[in-house]
Design a protein around this ligand. Structure first.
Ligand code: NAP
Length: 486
């Protein structure tokens, strides 16, 4: 099985913030890989834009260095790198000033896809939108890509949506959540909606509970002051974990079509119940392993911002009433490990004597590391010794399916590159719609306001652990246990 590359139309892509960290680490390396794969044609061009007064050559040198740092060495073919860099240009522009825009306008072509990636601080999004419009650089066919965070509460998200809506139609706005671009996340939709096996048992009658874990080993050092203004709820739960929850919980859309999918996700968000304080545990990592504590890293000894959160979330609809979704995410944890685990209920009656050997069926969707999917099922332990049961994984990992064509597996695009190609194609299925983002904030706001009003302090947890003690209790008291972070 070999991955099929479908070339996209010719484009002019402008990356505002083209000299920034995200552009260097993800956007340009991703575009290079798409160029290598033949998906981006020779006539397409990429423009970096930022305030720095760089010549074209200086910018190309910077991107060349970024490719060396962030693209696997065996994919760096000198001819391909040269060919890619020849399609890169630089325009000095300050989002807040008038100069540079007319030059940009005269440089861009009218007969190709025009896309503008806002890879700058969110407070510059309105300036960019306004100036692109004022200088007549965008028309009804242009697209803008907006990075996270999209607001820090409902009011700011709504204000941002309103500003963008002044200059762009909703079908021109691509709010990026790179979790949606992951191969396995899309595979989850294929598994759910292209098989008859799962949907009939995909409900509270058969699913005991769902766990969504996004664990990181890194702390916030270096960007502690910035992180301290958001915390795990705003930075991770309101967007990434929420999107994953939606894909698991949504009803089958009538078609795999942007609005059909997003309508179903929106219904899930609207059905989320308020989360009472006893169903939330927040934590801050302590010092250890030669590194400082969260409070030291954010340089604020009184900070009440969480670097960890665990919560039990309930969805009030016919399908999910009674099935809890346990979410947790945090920094400085035992391992870098992100997964969704769907644990099914016991069979109504166990006919085997080996009750101890029996374990639940679990569908595990692993996002990182080693993206893949497996279903834990029970079989008979091989050999003599009577009917003893054992649990084995049924592997549904795409890397395994592609094993015969190793190079094809390398061509599977990472989340950013897939999403950028979707922007060029004009496919918004894997991007968040404005009403979805607002609904997610409408759910998150009262939860955050609750702990702020009560003055709740996060609990300390040891670096390298799986989080605060109380997070264990959150799930133990329901007679369940967290899956291991490993
Ligand atoms: P960054 O490293 O601080 O880069 C910011 C970029 O914006 C630079 O290219 C900077 O270049 C440019 N810039 C700053 N002020 C400008 C102005 N007035 N006009 C035009 N350009 C200006 O930030 P980043 O980490 O790349 O993040 C960019 C965006 O992506 C942010 O919204 C961030 O929240 C989001 N994001 C980043 C990551 C990540 O891993 N880095 C992950 C998820 C989301 P000059 O100083 O030369 O102007």
């Amino acid at each position: 099985m070999v991955s099929r590359v479908i070339p996209v139309d010719t484009f002019d892509l402008v990356i505002f913030g083209g000299t920034g960290d995200l552009a260097r680490r993800k956007i340009f390396p991703g575009l290079y890989r798409r160029f290598m794969a033949g998906q981006m044609n020779d006539a397409s061009r990429i423009f970096g834009a930022a305030r720095a007064a760089l010549s074209e050559q200086e910018f190309r040198d910077q991107i060349g260095a970024a490719l060396k740092e962030f693209v696997a060495t065996d994919r760096l073919e000198p001819e391909a790198v040269e060919g890619f860099l020849a399609r890169i240009f630089y325009v000095p522009i300050n989002a807040r000033e008038e100069s540079g825009w007319e030059k940009l306008k005269s440089t861009l072509r009218g007969d190709v896809v025009r896309a503008f990636y806002f890879s700058v601080a969110p407070n510059l999004f309105p300036d960019l939108a306004e100036r692109l419009h004022a200088h007549g650089i965008t028309d009804a066919t242009s697209r803008i890509v907006v990075e996270k965070p999209f607001g820090r509460d409902l009011a700011s998200a709504r204000a941002l949506n309103e500003v963008l809506a002044r200059y762009f139609h909703e079908d021109q706005i691509y709010r990026i959540d790179h979790y949606l671009g992951k191969e396995t996340v899309q595979n989850l939709m294929a598994v759910r909606f292209a098989n008859i096996l799962f949907e009939p048992i995909w409900n509270s009658q058969h699913v005991d509970h769902v766990q969504i874990t996004v664990a990181e080993t890194m702390g916030v050092n270096g960007r502690g002051a910035y992180y301290d203004k958001s915390g795990a709820m705003r930075d991770m739960v309101q967007n990434h974990l929420m999107q994953l929850l939606c894909l698991i919980a949504m009803e089958p859309p009538y078609h795999f079509d942007p609005d059909a999918v997003r309508d179903e996700k929106l219904k899930v968000i609207r059905a989320l119940q308020p989360v009472p304080p006893q169903n939330i545990v927040r934590g801050q990592y302590l010092a250890g392993g030669g590194e400082g504590s969260y409070l030291e890293h954010c340089d604020n000894p009184d900070s009440r911002t969480e670097s960890y959160i665990a919560m039990k979330v309930e969805i009030a609809n016919w399908r999910w009433k009674g099935t809890p979704f346990y979410l947790r995410t945090g920094k400085r944890l035992r391992a870098r490990h992100s997964e969704i685990a769907i644990t099914f209920k016991e069979p109504p009656h166990l006919i085997f004597d080996d009750a101890e050997g029996w374990k639940e069926n679990v569908l595990v969707i692993r996002l990182q590391p080693n993206e893949g999917m497996h279903l834990m099922v029970m079989i008979k332990e091989p050999g003599p010794g009577g009917m003893r049961l054992m649990q084995v994984p049924l592997d549904m990992t795409f890397a395994t399916a592609y094993a015969e064509a190793a190079e094809a597996a390398e061509d599977v695009p990472d989340a950013y590159e897939r999403l950028i190609m979707d922007v060029i194609r004009g496919n918004q299925t894997l991007f968040m719609r404005g009403d979805e983002v607002e609904a997610a904030w409408a759910w998150a706001d009262p939860i955050i306001e609750g702990w702020e009003a009560r003055g709740d302090k996060p609990q300390g947890y040891d670096p390298g652990s799986s989080g605060p003690e109380d997070a264990l209790m959150l799930i133990h008291r329901d007679g369940r246990r967290w899956r291991e972070i490993k």
